[in-house]
Design a protein around this ligand. Sequence first.
Ligand code: HAM
Length: 443
Amino acid sequence: MAVIFKVRGTRDLLPPETDLWNRVEQTSRSVFARYGFGEIRTPIFEDTQLFARGVGEDTDIVSKEMYTWEDRARAESERAQSLTLRPENTAGVVRAFIEHKLNETGMLQKLFYIGPQFRRERPQRGRYRQFWQIGAEVLGPTWSGAESPLRDAELLEMLASLLNELGVRGWRLELNSIGSATDRPRYLIALREALQPIKGRLCEDNRRRADTNPLRVLDSKAPEDQELINTLPKIADFLDEESTDHFKQVLAALDACVVPYHLNSRLVRGLDYYTRTTFEFTVPDGSGLGTQNALLGGGRYDGLSEILGGPKAPGIGFAIGEDRLILTLQAQAEHDNADAERKLDAFIAPMGIAQNAKALSLAQELRAQGLAIELGDGMFRLRKSFETADRLAYRMVIVGEDEVRSDIYTVKHFAAGEQSKVPRSELAAALQAQVSSSSPSGR
Ligand code: HAM
């Protein structure tokens, strides 16, 4: 019989990996409890209209990534209905908030969730068709303080604490304000106008976005378009006084609790409900996520409740990609283990057999000066030299034709991710110098 395999873009999580998932979820739950959040569990499928209206018809999510089906009526009393597996959970939480009249409690609602979401995206490392989110939403009537900049700062400070407690290193908070529902249309007009004359010089994808969804041009990563995109108008110049002031207060509160952030005027996010503060936490390249470096994203959605037919109930929230969080923690642990196993000061890599003898004499010279050295072989491919060196030594010294001719050597420091050129006379000292505090021996 033919074997049946899991569906593309889905994953099986097996022990012992599931232990790490549980640890992450337990830590998140305990941090959420410290900040006064309670758990909400909403259905995994909802009325398609919820996402069409809430997330926005023109977004990538709604226009091409949703798992939607026509649910047949089973009895005359039922009607056929278009249903969708939830691609995200903010719309569902706000729907439940409206349906259960939580606004009438007059209290700020602080709700968290942990669960699977579904998007028909092109699967790759860190991007799946069923993925998990750990998210939270803070919303309520205006008089509950839901609109206050303090809520934004508190949420961001909680995220910084959570990531630190989980042991995520090197995270970076990217922050922007995309203004109110009235600022955005004014900005869109200016953006469309600025895009018209340069559209022809952009890549095909961005040319299409310039017409269909110009905001998406801003978060394009196409390298050839970056220079032109940087010349486009900035949303910050279109914010009204209230939005500007709101954002200033968010930043001041973050400064007060020393949460580092980077302003990124191009951070617009891919869902239509956002207003004012938007943010993402990213991790550096090499953190196990490939090109998907956004660990989490979120922002304010002051008009979403009304868009869904509810009362005025401003709010802000975030969702962490749990799969990405786990991949990051695994990559960090692997890196730490690799560092713990390193014993040698340097690995000398001759580039081609012709450099073997030169490399041997360099190794002899450095060993004589007390350094622990391993010597590769000119017949190794560069990739093999890199991998072996990264496992055994703190640094790799490349001995190529140019290096031998100039007597200046390329030195790669693995933990620091740095590469430098060092003259032979300074090589022994450079191979002992401390660069990184991340290696356990402090080298
Ligand atoms: P989002 O940016 O679409 O926002 O998703 C949040 C996070 O979920 C992303 O930063 C990423 O880590 C993860 N994620 C998204 N798509 C995938 C995928 N295909 N595979 C793996 N991970 C993925 C939202 O979903 C909003 N609801 C967040 C929010 C809450 N805004 C306000 N409140």
